[in-house]
Ligand binder design. Structure first.
Ligand SMILES: *Cc1c(COP(=O)(O)O)cnc(C)c1O
Length: 471
């Protein structure tokens, strides 16, 4: 492809994306294809001759689009909002156009310095003090894994420089709530703690960690000669957006010399609103925290913001310094390859920068407030309607509910609510996630797609009531 074809096809693709976005509301939210259907539309063998980009663009519409579940659809209420705003798409395009590897400052100084600037802007936006320094990770899963590696190395006095986990010292223990994200469990296992030394502490009626039980677990482990190492606080759990008491966890961390990591993957974005910051009170005492601008904020996947209090510790855990990566500026600049697991890195900061330049802090705040109000509206409808039950508080944009059809026992209620979810999702007009909360089948409505207005939430509520009556 030459530059002329790139221009022609590129303009065509931008038009296609804009048409797609404008027409989203007419498409079924959840893809309706059967397993294997998309694969079957593709040839079994790679093209021997090139020059087929026009065919590829046509096939994108014809063969790929049917297999897309539309995360940017205004009636997407499943999982979590994963907004990819137009400006962040352009930022991604610019990053690919520049084709940069930003592993060291010298490999493209702008990639490092723009990231430093926008991560500091983001820090200010969520009300964190300058004691925190940020770096972009691909996902919260990777950031939480990194945090547990840092915790492990701190507690073990850098065992990685010697015998690592083979040194036979007393086992290290990690604590999180039983509502914590699966990425915490994965991180603890991958970091070598072992499932036997991961404590998933029960939660209270609001689904936040029970501090008394956490404290008891730590004390019991100390009594039997184990070494408590790290606490992971969930600010906004995946199930219900429950809020672990960060300040009380920070007290325990301080008392016992533990690492405190805050997982605010979804909820961190809410902290752009000063009125939400009580939700993570105590966060200033964390050692590390992660949140995902690629969820509710509007910056396209993937972009996780990882903040640490002690970058030097992170660098010591993460860096390897082979001669071919050393540069003359190493003492004066950040080499972000040493701030995470992978070496190569994309210029992700561009999409965050473009996005912030596009919406501004006030524009983002207005949208987040709209989403919070939409969630409160739905909460009020559920609370005011007989035979509907709300299963968790609604501090943010997620509403957990179920229909209590009269005369049904728990097993039948679970089947009934699963059927409601199936009718909604297969109907194509909206998409939500059926999920299980401590044994109870619920319908989880996660509000906050960029295009979701009140009328879409109203339509969902009407559809839920209809679906609860049919069948
Ligand atoms: C989504 C989510 C994660 C995982 O995020 P990835 O960026 O996909 O790894 C972790 N924790 C919480 C609370 C989440 O909501």
């Amino acid at each position: 492809m030459d530059a002329q074809d790139f221009r022609r096809l590129g303009y065509q693709l931008v038009d296609w994306i804009a048409d797609y976005r404008e027409g989203l509301e007419r498409l079924p939210v959840m893809s309706r294809v059967q397993p294997g259907e998309i694969r079957a539309a593709f040839p079994d063998h790679p093209p021997q001759h090139g020059g087929r980009m026009d065919q590829a663009l046509a096939a994108l519409e014809r063969d790929v689009l049917p297999g897309i579940t539309h995360w940017n659809h205004p009636s997407f209420f499943a999982y979590f909002p994963s907004n990819t705003s137009y400006s962040s798409i352009l930022g991604d395009l610019a990053a690919s156009g520049l084709g940069v590897q930003g592993m060291s400052w010298q490999t493209s100084p702008a990639a490092t310095e723009v990231e430093e600037v926008v991560m500091d802007w983001l820090r200010q936006m969520v009300g964190l003090s300058p004691a925190f320094t940020g770096v972009i990770h691909d996902t919260a899963s990777t950031a939480t894994f990194t945090a547990l590696l840092c915790a492990r190395e701190k507690a073990s006095g850098f065992a990685q420089d010697g015998e690592g986990l083979q040194s036979g010292e007393a086992p290290l223990v990690v604590y999180a709530s039983d509502q914590g994200h699966s990425s915490i469990e994965k991180a603890a296992l991958l970091a070598g703690f072992g499932r036997s030394f991961l404590r998933l502490v029960p939660t209270d009626e609001n689904h936040a960690i029970r501090i008394d039980l956490l404290q008891a677990a730590i004390e019991k482990d100390l009594d039997i000669g184990l070494r408590p190492c790290a606490l992971v606080a969930a600010v906004g759990t995946t199930g219900t957006t429950a809020l672990d008491p960060v300040a009380a966890m920070a007290d325990l961390a301080e008392q016992h010399g533990l690492w405190l990591h805050v997982d605010a993957a979804l909820a961190g974005t809410a902290m752009v609103l000063p009125e939400c910051r009580w939700m993570w009170a105590g966060v200033e005492r964390a050692d590390s925290l992660v949140f995902n601008p690629h969820k509710w904020m509007g910056v396209g996947f993937d972009l996780s913001a990882y903040y640490v209090r002690d970058p030097q510790h992170l660098i010591r855990v993460m860096s390897t310094n082979p001669s071919y990566l050393r540069t003359a500026q190493d003492g004066q600049v950040s080499n972000f390859r040493d701030w995470h697991i992978q070496l190569g890195r994309r210029f992700r900061a561009l999409k965050l920068w473009f996005y912030l330049m596009d919406v501004g802090v006030e524009g983002l705040q207005a949208r987040l407030r709209r989403d919070l109000e939409n969630a409160q509206w739905l909460k009020e409808q559920v609370d005011a309607t007989p035979d509907w039950e709300r299963l968790a508080p609604v501090p943010l944009q997620t509403v957990c509910l179920r229909h209590l059809a009269p005369g049904l026992d728990e097993t039948a209620l679970a089947t009934h609510n699963l059927a409601i979810a199936r009718r909604i999702n297969e109907g194509g007009k909206a998409y939500l996630t059926p999920s299980i909360l401590k044994g109870t089948q619920m319908l989880r409505v996660s509000i906050g797609a960029e295009s979701t207005e009140r009328r879409h939430v109203e339509q969902l509520w009407t559809a839920l009531q209809l679906a609860s009556q049919s069948g």
